[in-house]
Each structure stands twice: as structure tokens, then as C-alpha cells.
Design a protein around this ligand. Structure first.
Ligand code: GLA
Length: 374
């Protein structure tokens, strides 16, 4: 990781002009709420991706990755094919070229500690590092929330994943020791201090179900259909974010049962985020843990994005002494479980779930993306 600039020089035969670093993320609570214009509570973690860059005099791009062990080559305005690992990154450069005047191509080399497929947003970390490296290299001053929007759009337009803004947003804005309460409609931020008395354990289930992207886009489409059905009954509903518990209760039986359950997850999850913020401020970790457990049940039963491996791992986590609560994290269908625990119990919990988890990490809120010396 520290050797990103050296690897760049070895591969391309010239020095890097700059390096940017961006972290992976954990989402404390607020799952599948961001594309419904609701609230999320992510934090940046201490595992990062670094992107070394030097601009070129033509419109070519060479984008190499230590994790993937290869160099993708494409033209600045054409982007790599969807499905290719480089597609969401090529999309970032294509949007910067089209809308922000990035006129020349670049050579880039990426080194990342964020594991791929574990649900820690390795892709958003890489996008954020590439976006920041390119912007810094040509002196484009783009506000971080706007840069996050570029990354989100690149995923949708170039990689076919209609994701929300949470992952690139926290990668680009994270603060050490702080959790972000983000309103994804207004993009207003509230930063909450992480309590010393709690620690986060991320346990990788090792499961990676390859229908995850299709299911993700399908959930998003179901949410849009649910919002449209509810808007017909309650004027002012633009997204599930606007649906009250009462409106939802009245619609039961009057709309498609699956859509209703999807909506119930989102409406109840938004309420859990607000409750979790209150619990965090009050230092009520028991309450916060209960909210994580309820979130897991809602994701499993109403939203149906969990899987047997995640359910087993979540149960194994909550069975441990010193665990306040746990839930699956991220898009679902594999990836990881997040457990909230007493710090002094963390190592014992990691050891106890080692059979159900492929690997695990203890995470603390860390700083977001930054330019670092080449
Ligand atoms: C993925 C997406 C995010 C968010 C989560 C689910 O991580 O990239 O935008 O929707 O899933 O909360």
C-alpha cells in the first residue's frame, strides 16, 4: 500500500505525479435506505485504497490494479465494458471528462487493503481514490459531496449498479472517531462521536452470491413501485422516505404484498436510524444493539436480502457474551455481519465466530479520502 507510487513507476516507467487515498466503510444502520432518499449512518474505516496517477498527453487511460493483477486500457471518453472490474472507475473518468473538463487521459495504479466482495465498499473506495487523484492532478476543485455524486452516477451509468450515494459519500467525507448521520435527500450531515465503550467487529461470511447485483437493482425497482403505489394514496410522497407509519399501515391489503413488505423495511429502517442516533448520543449501547438486531430481522424477513450464511453468522455473533447486537451489512446476499461489542470482549468474539466467519476485523471510525505525498 505504501508502495503504490513505486509500483506505478515500475509498471509505467515514469514517476507518479500524485497519490490519493480513500477508505472502505462500515454502515452502522440504515440499510437500503439511501436510494429511497432516507437516512444512513456510515463511518469510514482504517482499510484504504490508494491511487497513484500521472496525466498523459493523449486521451488514453491505463488503469492497473495490484488486487486484480492487471492493467485495463481504454479511451478517456469510452469507459471499460460493464461487468469489468474497471468499469465503475472508468465511468468516473468519463464523467469527469464529459462534465468537468478533464481533457487528458492518465496512467493510474491502484493498491488496496479493502477486501473485494466483503461488503466494505472496495469499489467505492477505489472510485473515490481515482476521482480525487484525477481532480487533484489537474487542479479541479470539486466539492466532496459532488464528487460522491459523480462516483454514484458512474456505478449506475457505466457498471449497471443503481446504488445510492452512501458509499462514495462516506469514503470522501469520513472523520476519525465520528459516525455520519446523513440525510441522503438533502445531503445534510450530522456527525456523532463514537463512544469509547463500544467497538465494531466486521465478520466476513465468505459467501458471495453472484445474483447480488440483479437482486439489488430489483429491490430498488420494487421500492420505486411501492412509492408510486403509496403516492396514489398519500399526496406528497416522492420516495419511500416520505411515507409515514400510518400511511403504510392503511395501505396494507390494498397494494401488492411484496411491495408492501419492501416498503415496511424502508419505513421502519428510517425510524431505526433516528432511534440509533438518539441511542448513540445517550450512550445507550443496549438499545443500539437491539436496533441492529431488529434491522437484521427486517432485512431478512421483509426485504429478503439476507442468506443462510449471514443469518448463521448473525446468530453466532449475538450469542457471544459482550455483544450488544449484530446485523448483516451492505447490499446482502453474502458479504459481512457487523457486530457491536464491548471492546474488552472483541478478541474473544472474533475467536468464537471464527468457524462461521472467513475472517474478521475490528473497526473504528477513521478519516476519509485525502491526497497523500507521491
Ligand atoms: C450498497 C450500495 C449502497 C447502499 C447499500 C445498502 O452498499 O452501494 O448505496 O444502498 O448497498 O444499504
Amino acid at each position: 500500500m505504501e508502495h503504490t507510487a513505486e509500483r506505478f513507476a515500475a509498471r509505467y516507467g515514469r514517476p507518479a505525479a500524485g497519490v490519493a487515498r480513500a477508505p472502505g466503510r462500515v454502515n452502522l444502520i440504515g440499510e437500503h435506505t439511501d436510494y429511497n432518499e432516507g437516512w444512513v449512518m456510515p463511518l469510514a474505516i482504517g482499510l484504504s485504497c490508494r491511487a497513484a496517477i500521472a496525466m498523459r498527453n493523449d486521451a488514453g487511460v491505463r488503469l492497473g490494479s495490484g488486487q486484480y493483477g492487471e492493467v485495463a486500457e481504454f479511451a478517456l471518453d469510452s469507459a471499460a465494458a460493464p461487468g469489468h472490474w474497471a468499469a465503475p472507475l472508468a465511468g468516473v473518468l468519463a464523467i469527469l471528462a464529459r462534465e468537468y473538463g478533464l481533457a487528458r487521459g492518465a496512467d493510474l495504479w491502484l493498491e488496496s487493503e479493502v477486501p473485494i466482495g466483503a461488503g466494505l465498499s472496495s469499489s467505492a473506495a477505489a472510485q473515490a481514490a481515482v476521482a480525487l487523484a484525477a481532480a487533484e492532478a489537474v487542479g479541479l476543485a470539486i466539492p466532496r459531496p459532488e464528487l460522491a455524486r459523480v462516483c454514484q452516477r458512474a456505478s449506475a451509468e457505466y457498471a449497471g449498479v443503481r446504488c445510492g450515494i452512501m458509499d462514495p459519500y462516506i469514503a470522501l467525507t469520513g472523520r476519525a472517531g465520528m459516525v455520519l448521520l446523513l440525510d441522503t435527500r438533502a445531503l445534510t450531515e450530522r456527525w456523532l462521536a463514537w463512544p469509547e465503550a463500544a467497538c465494531l467487529i466486521v465478520c466476513d461470511s465468505g459467501a458471495r452470491h453472484d445474483h447480488a447485483t440483479g437482486e439489488y437493482n430489483q429491490r430498488r425497482a420494487e421500492c420505486e413501485a411501492a412509492a408510486a403505489a403509496l403516492a396514489a394514496r398519500a399526496p406528497g410522497v416522492r420516495a419511500l422516505r416520505d411515507v409515514s407509519v400510518e400511511t403504510l399501515a392503511r395501505a396494507q391489503g390494498a397494494m401488492d404484498a411484496t411491495l408492501w413488505r419492501r416498503a415496511r423495511h424502508v419505513v421502519s429502517e428510517n425510524a431505526r436510524v433516528a432511534a440509533a442516533a438518539g441511542a448513540l448520543v445517550a450512550g445507550d449501547l443496549e438499545r443500539l444493539g437491539d436496533l441492529l438486531n431488529t434491522s437484521h430481522a427486517s432485512l431478512r424477513d421483509d426485504y429478503q436480502v439476507s442468506c443462510a450464511e449471514l443469518d448463521r453468522l448473525q446468530a453466532a455473533c449475538v450469542a457471544q457474551a459482550g455483544v450488544y447486537g449484530a446485523r448483516m451489512m451492505g447490499g446482502g446476499f453474502g458479504g459481512c455481519v457487523l457486530a457491536l461489542a464491548r471492546p474488552e470482549r472483541a478478541a474473544a468474539v472474533q475467536a468464537a465466530v471464527a468457524g462461521a466467519a472467513a475472517r474478521s476485523w475490528i473497526c473504528r471510525p477513521a478519516a476519509g479520502a485525502e491526497a497523500v505525498a507521491a
